[in-house]
Ligand binder design. Structure first.
Ligand code: GLU
Length: 515
């Protein structure tokens, strides 16, 4: 196999085509909007096409409601795509689960050419191999006997109906085929070389007949004519495998642009523990999409700030030099300016920016923005039945429902610690509640089932557990029905409220310990 290839093989002529390829595994992520924005701007600057592809081949992580949520959230941002599962286009289908035949066909070609092979090892055998390698302080990497099977051995295993995966044959120097490294060009970083010692024989096709991300992604990027792969830097270590696949098929490489990852304030990779990451949260909490895009556009430093001279000559307000529209971003964003230090997703700055956008609306537009979100008909319609039997006058509506309209409720321990429990026990239980709520599919039944399982295991009573969650959500010990209220308030915002509660309590405890 020829493997020492670089950007010299990148022969991308014709109009630019870019894509985002989110996987429907949960709430649409703010990182998808960030990468989506960069792809959108890249395409618009070059008269190219922006494609949305749904990568839904990982059935174990598939969440049925997620795809629609991705469409809705991305439409909300205003980043319209030219081709995609919902809008169609000449290179469809754009949903990978509808393309499995295509992947099989291409995988067969790799089997025929010897770039891939069937691996018959069982999960237990693979596990034992991994443990042995870790014990010997070697990188865990497949090296099972199937890699060296003769055709006869393969035929015997197939005749015995042994299940198998199909793996990429990553050339190893010691086997005497090709060189043992792959180099590719990253447009922001220059050439990157991976020694094959660190590149696993990637599974391309699972035993359930579904392709892995790597195979499907490369086949689709090629068939969809993608010229520039603009994605987050966490995919850099996958890229040598992709490059080997392009080469095995004899295809030209796209250009690769790996964007710096969004970071929490403490510079760790952005995570829901430290920042809301669901786009649904930002929408429901009343951020304006233009403000969010503007903020995301600042990440990575691609927008050139006006010079001193421009500020003076154009009379710009220096306080607002970071404020720009999507159109302005298309005009002025420069991919070559992107700096690779991790951009910090600073919620305080985003809120400031949002406030500037709100302030700039005229009174009617501001009212309409409220009516479209925090006071929408749909929201009020969902809340109304929860209080209809609990109020004497309509004027009391607000008394019972204030928590639906607040950004936060921060209850005091007198309210949330059950009588027979300590503060520590209660916070521990609240911490354990979080993953249970995260796993629920946000219907009253699923939340109820999850909570009951947890409280039984932890020997909490229903009253204690539901009472705690009620106070965390509403700030009060009495409220409209809890499960329905959680559903109406929404998963993203409810989870955020629980996380903020825990964060705040942690801070309280830390400061109490210091005293
Ligand atoms: N499906 C991958 C994701 O969820 C796509 C990564 C890529 O752009 O190649 O982000």
């Amino acid at each position: 196999m020829m493997i020492q290839e670089t950007a010299a093989n990148t022969k991308q002529a014709g109009p630019v085509r870019v894509r985002i390829a989110p996987s429907p595994t949960g709430d649409p992520h703010v990182g998808t909007a960030y990468i989506g924005l960069l792809n959108y701007v890249f395409a618009k600057q070059r008269g190219g096409r922006f494609v949305l592809r749904i990568e839904d081949t990982d059935r174990s992580r598939f969440v049925a409601s997620s795809e629609q949520m991705i469409f809705d959230a991305l439409h909300w941002t205003g980043l319209e795509w030219d081709e995609g599962p919902d809008v169609g286009g000449p290179h469809g289908p754009y949903r990978q689960s509808e393309r499995t035949e295509i992947y099989r066909e291409y995988c067969d070609k790799l089997l025929e050419s010897g770039h891939a092979y069937r691996a018959f090892e069982t999960a237990e055998e693979l596990d034992a191999e991994r443990k042995a390698q870790m014990g010997a302080k070697q990188p865990p990497k497949y090296n099972g006997p199937s890699r060296r099977y003769t055709q006869e051995q393969v035929d015997t295993a197939l005749a015995g109906s042994k299940p198998y995966t199909i793996r990429l044959r990553v050339p190893q120097g010691d086997a005497g085929v090709g060189t043992a490294s792959t180099t590719f060009r990253d447009e922001l970083r220059g050439d990157i070389t991976f020694d094959h010692f660190n590149v696993d024989d990637q599974v391309l096709m699972k035993s359930d007949g579904f392709p892995t991300y790597h195979l499907a992604n490369v086949v689709d990027d090629h068939l969809m004519g993608i010229t520039d792969v603009i994605r987050a830097e966490e995919w850099i270590s996958s890229t040598p495998k992709h490059v080997l696949l392009y080469q095995a098929f004899g295809w030209d490489l796209p250009r690769f642009w790996h964007m710096p990852l969004l970071r929490n304030i403490d510079k760790s990779k952005i995570s829901k523990r430290k920042n809301p990451v669901s786009l649904v949260y930002y929408r429901q909490a009343g951020f304006l999409p233009q403000a969010l895009l503007n903020f995301l556009g600042l990440m990575g430093g691609g927008m050139a700030q006006p010079t001193e001279q421009e500020i003076v000559s154009k009379g710009l307000d220096t306080r607002l030099i970071d404020i720009f529209s999507l159109m302005e971003m298309v005009e002025r964003f420069d991919f070559k300016r992107i700096s690779l230090g991790g951009p910090v997703f600073d919620l305080v700055k985003l809120k400031w920016m949002n406030s500037e956008y709100l302030r700039a609306l005229d009174a009617e537009a501001f009212f309409q923005a409220m009516r479209a979100t925090v006071f929408s008909d749909a929201y009020l319609r969902a809340i109304a039945p929860l209080v209809q039997t609990r109020i004497e006058t309509l004027g009391q509506f607000g008394d019972l429902t204030d928590f639906f309209f607040k950004d936060d409720v921060m209850p005091a321990p007198e309210l949330f610690v059950p009588k027979k429990r300590t503060l520590e026990e209660t916070l521990l239980f609240a911490t354990e509640m979080l993953p249970v709520l995260e796993a629920a599919d946000w219907t009253p039944t699923s939340i109820d089932a999850g909570l009951r399982e947890l409280l039984t295991a932890k020997e909490w009573s229903v009253k204690e557990a539901f009472g705690l969650l009620r106070v965390i959500l509403t700030g009060k010990t009495a409220s409209p029905p809890l499960l329905e209220s959680l559903v109406v308030f929404g998963k993203a915002r409810s989870l955020n409220r629980v996380r903020r509660f825990l964060e705040q309590q942690k801070r309280f405890q830390a400061s109490a310990n210091r005293k």
